[in-house]
Design a protein around this ligand. Structure first.
Ligand code: V0D
Length: 254
């Protein structure tokens, strides 16, 4: 009875309520949002139409994650390899953060969401970087869901950056080589302040990591679906969470 009432007042779906009741909510969920181009192609639309549809899915999934109490979401939006796409498509993609934030930032602030960018800021156009930095600044004190956008992100690039920082500290005599352990490496990654993902979701039928969080996903549960990202709904998301809850994680122990 109490559960039903709670459900009514929070307008949560039955599926969401059941997941939340299981109490094993993943703290951090990472998502590779794949299949936007294929979604558009199937409809004889330009690829950019797929990206725009994908942005709608981002909004729905972030809400769904927030509703069950996920603390960190990391969305892979643009990889270091994506610069090789046609200039026109890259230019369009680089406008999406502004477009997304112009309609969503106020609501994200209202929902106490803290927004962060994960990746290298070096190559980003100034208009994209500026929108991101304003959003980071406006939400930095928020204590609710932390929403990370991996943008110009590549895991090997991230690890090389960490190795260079560590080497610099050794050279400067600030660090002994023996002091480079897992914790020291983790402290030099973009994710230094974020727990490792508990669950990684990849859409669109590709069963690989594609240079996404290679260090951080060492013990993460991986979940793959053939559903294309623009078609990915909160029901699919909750299915992934429910299957995650049914798996026993052992971290190498028996
Ligand atoms: C295209 C599917 C939201 C994946 C989703 C720069 C590829 C739509 C953002 C976004 C993209 C990024 C930062 C931010 C707010 C929103 C986004 C890109 C692509 C690449 F602060 N969707 N989205 N950024 N796509």
């Amino acid at each position: 009875m109490l559960e039903q009432l709670t459900q009514m007042f929070t307008r949560k779906s039955k599926q969401a309520a059941a997941i939340e009741a299981s109490s094993d909510i993943p703290v951090h969920v990472a998502v590779i949002m794949d299949g936007n181009g294929r979604w558009a192609k199937m409809r004889n639309l330009p690829r950019i139409a797929g990206h725009r549809a994908g942005m709608k899915a981002v909004k729905e999934i972030v809400k769904a994650a927030d509703a069950i109490g996920v603390k960190y979401m990391t969305m892979y939006a643009f990889s270091t390899e994506n610069w090789k796409r046609p200039q026109e498509e890259v230019d369009f993609l680089m406008k999406l953060p502004q477009e997304f934030l112009s309609t969503e930032l106020d609501e994200l602030i209202e929902r106490n969401v803290c927004l962060k960018m994960l990746g290298s800021k070096d190559e980003l156009p100034s208009h994209t970087l500026e929108a991101l930095e304003i959003a980071e600044e406006k939400t930095k004190g928020n204590t609710g869901l932390q929403l990370n956008f991996a943008l110009n992100y590549g895991s090997r690039k991230e690890m090389i950056h960490a190795m260079q920082e560590l080497a610099r500290k050794v050279q400067a005599g600030e660090l002994q080589p023996e002091e480079i352990d897992e914790a020291a490496v983790a402290r030099h990654l973009y994710t230094r302040d974020i727990p490792e993902p508990d669950l990684m979701i990849r859409t669109s039928g590709e069963i690989r990591l594609s240079n996404f969080m290679l260090w951080q996903l060492a013990y993460t549960e991986l979940w793959f679906t053939d559903v294309l990202w623009p078609d990915f709904t909160k029901e699919h998301f909750y299915q992934a969470i429910a299957e995650y809850q049914g798996r026993g994680r052992r971290y190498g122990a028996v």
